[in-house]
Design a protein around this ligand. Structure first.
Ligand code: NAD
Length: 319
């Protein structure tokens, strides 16, 4: 069997159209919007992400304010930059790009972000709201995973609620920014959810968990981790991994955590890398920035699900 490819680029194009209309409505309502990023040092991955966001913001006419600090910047300097952005009325969304250098404590920096501008929900207040099922913002990667799943289920005529209620979702990787939010969103859909981390891989192996998955979400940052022997026929596989790999020509290209060639011959559907979760994530971050602009102005978003996947099972967001 050859898996259906879930086209993230097509999904992103359709979301972008809606988002352009949201941005225009914001302007009509006299509200400002601006996205700021904070990066420290010159790591390849955050650099590539920053470039994609810059292009997307330009395309949508959303002011974009990148703040780049040298790799040797102190934690105090990073927090001072975040504080400046908190106070800047032109900024509605703040994204601190990971990874930060090892001498900087990420949670300390995240706690410094104004929770109302924290579009990736990394501040403990927003992470807590998400865990309680009343998110102010849904982190863009996990939101995109479920948006792709929901869209694909619609396209094949499966009833979303029925599908999630009878499904086992296995999430490989348990980071605060991808794995854990993906687990929370699975709970919200009343699915059975299992979380697998590298200790399972080192001890009993991940296959004894992943082979039972109806939906397998992989976010480990390990190229080729998931092979045909780790998946069941009929599984839907969402590959979140984005791993830079140097090709024989010396050019860097991206590969996922899933060995697509072997897995595609076995499962029902899967997302490619590139062209899967990544493009949707970028658009979602800008959606969250629109939501932030409305919340900051005291205007609840017209569409309360603007920062969250459209699902009948999604609980309402906090204001
Ligand atoms: P992370 O390093 O913060 O977390 C990785 C998680 O995977 C950890 O919980 C780790 O313990 C676990 N893990 C590592 N090796 C494992 C193994 N062999 N078996 C099971 N679990 C294992 O990374 P992250 O920020 O969560 O990102 C994960 C991947 O997703 C990376 O490749 C990253 O580039 C990518 N990513 C993609 C998007 C997107 O939009 N597509 C967004 C964010 C991150």
């Amino acid at each position: 069997m050859n898996a259906q490819v879930i086209d993230g680029r097509a999904c992103a194009r359709s979301l972008k159209k809606d988002l352009a209309a949201d941005v225009a409505r914001l302007r009509e309502d006299g509200l400002g919007i601006g996205l700021a990023t904070v990066s420290v040092g010159e790591e390849y991955s955050p650099g590539a992400y920053e470039l994609r966001l810059r292009r997307l913001a330009e395309e949508l006419s959303v002011p974009y304010l990148p703040r780049t600090l040298p790799g040797a910047a102190s934690e105090t300097e990073v927090i001072a930059t975040v504080t400046e952005l908190n106070e800047d009325p032109c900024v509605s969304g703040i994204l601190v790009l990971r990874p930060l250098p090892s001498h900087i404590d990420e949670p300390t920096v995240f706690r410094a972000i104004d929770p109302r501008k924290d579009v990736e929900a990394v501040h403990p207040e927003n992470a807590g709201l998400l865990a309680l099922g009343v998110p102010r913002f849904v982190p863009s990667t996990a939101a995109s995973v479920y948006h792709l799943l929901d869209t694909w289920l619609d396209s094949v005529g499966e009833d979303r609620a029925d599908f999630y209620h009878r499904s086992l979702i296995v999430v490989v990787g348990r980071s605060n920014n991808v794995g854990k939010p993906a687990i929370s969103l699975g709970y919200e859909r009343q699915a059975t959810v299992e979380s697998v981390d590298e200790w399972a891989d080192r001890t009993t192996g991940i296959g004894r968990h992943t082979r039972w998955a109806d939906v397998l979400i992989v976010a480990a940052g390990k190229p080729g981790l998931i092979k045909a022997e780790h998946v069941s026929e009929n599984a839907i596989v969402i590959d979140v991994g984005i791993n830079p790999r140097e090709g024989p020509d010396g050019r860097v290209h991206m590969v996922g955590d899933v060995d697509h060639e072997s897995v595609a011959s076995r499962v029902r559907a899967l997302t490619p890398v590139p062209g899967g979760v990544g493009p949707v994530t970028d658009v979602w971050l800008l959606r969250n920035t629109v939501t932030a602009a409305r919340l900051l102005a005291g205007h609840p978003p017209a569409d309360r699900a603007a920062g969250a996947p459209r699902s009948p099972r999604l609980l309402p967001e906090a204001s």
